[in-house]
Unconditional design. Sequence first.
Length: 647
Amino acid sequence: MKKRVNYVSLMCLFALFLGINANAQTIADRITKRDVQPKAERMPNIINKLLHDEYAPAISPDGRTLVYQSNEGGKTWEYYRLWHSMRDTVTGFWTTPMPIDEINADFKQGDIYGGPSLSYDGKTLYFFAKMGDGGSEDIYQSTKGTDGKWSKPEKVSGGVNSGEYEGFPSISPDGMFLYFMRKKDGGSSSNSGGAESADKGDSKASKYPSCYKLMVAKRKMDGTFGDATELPSPIPGDCDKHVRILPDGQSLFFSSTRTWLSPKDSKDFDLYYSSMQPGGAWTAPVLTDMSPWVRTTMYSYQPDMLVSVAPNDNPHVLAYFSSYRGASYELFTYPLQERFKPKRTCWFNATIVDSANGTKLKPTVKVTNLTRDPLSYDKMSDEGKFKTVLTEGNKYKFVLDLDDYESVTFVVDLTKDISEWECSKLVKMRKKGVLATVTVLDGLTNEVIAESNADIKPDDGNGKVSEFKKTGPGKFFALLAPGTTYTANGTADQYEPASISLDLKNKVAGDTINREIFLFDLSKIVFQNINFETARPRTLDEKELDKSLLPKARTELDKVHKFLTDYPRISIRIEAHTDDRGGDEYNQGLSERRAAAAKYYLTKVKGIAESRVETRAFGEKSPTVPNNSPANWALNRRVEFKPQIKR
């Protein structure tokens, strides 16, 4: 008996050993698969509600804002509206989802809102909607205001909506390419038009799946989208839908039944991946289920679709997707395998200003992707700003154009190590000509003459004046062609007109020149007349001229000298007169000598340039008072000073 017990014990021990070893092998296999193939995780119950569809997730790049469509609160399965939830930055928990009331405000029973896609900056939400009986699905957009509320939905303008079914949009990170699906010619769209009854295994749906063309439309300069085109070979298959562009703008997921594992009469759509290679060609779509023999945990035997990726959702790059797991559609996350992760991006931010005055500019920007040319585009900048998303592994050429400014070209190279990326830039644009500013001033007070006028004219046929304008009181601006000369003229009521020369022979485009035109109100410049003794000076000898000047005359001449010194733009005209005693010829000569005496003092004694002193002699022809008394004769024996603008 004891011996038999020992045999039994040995047999039990052997069986236990085999079981433990087999179990250990199973655990090892499981650990290996988990390590290589991370597990798809169902999002928490606060998001996924029992017996309701949660569908088409759109996640912000930082992984903190989730927008999706759901039929929660509806009377039928087709009651799809847009919902959103926020993830707490501290706890990581999702907030209670709420419908987006601003967008859903006009929602009526029978309408369908779904397929959301968030712009990279989170300020624009794209989605499709079917509104009213008999209408087709179209793509709409809504923008978030500064108050955090979404605007009333509007149809996307341009060539996206054709009158046929268009749905499930996906916007590229730079906002320039809109991907979506369109009803296939001769094919069928969903019975419900929403999350698609065929996807959810609705008993009323056709046994055949709904198939679509995968489309893309490029945004034009005016902000609208151009005509949509089907994605090129090798992407199209017999039955595709739900294209989603990744945050790098050059790789995408879509759903298809193209393999023998998912025959066309099956409703099991699987996820496929394709990326744009240098040169612009797309790779052959790859089934995200890596091996046909060993299913990954991203796979289910029901449809998997509508991937949205949060590239900055550390510590992993998570894919959010919809999957049907028996009772309803639910949302799942999956840490992307390395081969499916989007490339790193940089949020490129350029500040664009006038090189001379720092004014914010709004040029057109041509962005050429030198690595993947199909991703090139033209775009209007904002006032003083240009923002876009650039992707690792690409080299970009930027060309900025603006009327009357020189084009600016620069290259941003993201093929380098990330530490060498330049994701911000200050761009200074130079005017095509010389920036000339002319200010009109009072020559006596140096104050601006507010009501003055000015003009600038070229001195030869090489000159060109553009953008001439008054920029403020007494201040004028013009853009002038360099390499020649111009004349600037200033005028104002009560003032003598004046001109200055602008020499731009040694100037180049972008240079600045600031000049002033001084105008004088000559009526405000008054000097006392100087008088002479009878018959003096007798000759033009300098000693005689000097002796003939009375002390009072010298005092007044000193005032004239100081004025001419202070205002070098003014010259003086000396006008000499006599009384009527004596002959005409004698009086004419006498007045000439008196004018010469005043000029002698200003030029020879005080050093004023002779070119600034003009003399004129009138003899007895212009008396200031009647020649009828000794007192009046003395007043008429005078020299007057008339200021002149130096030409």
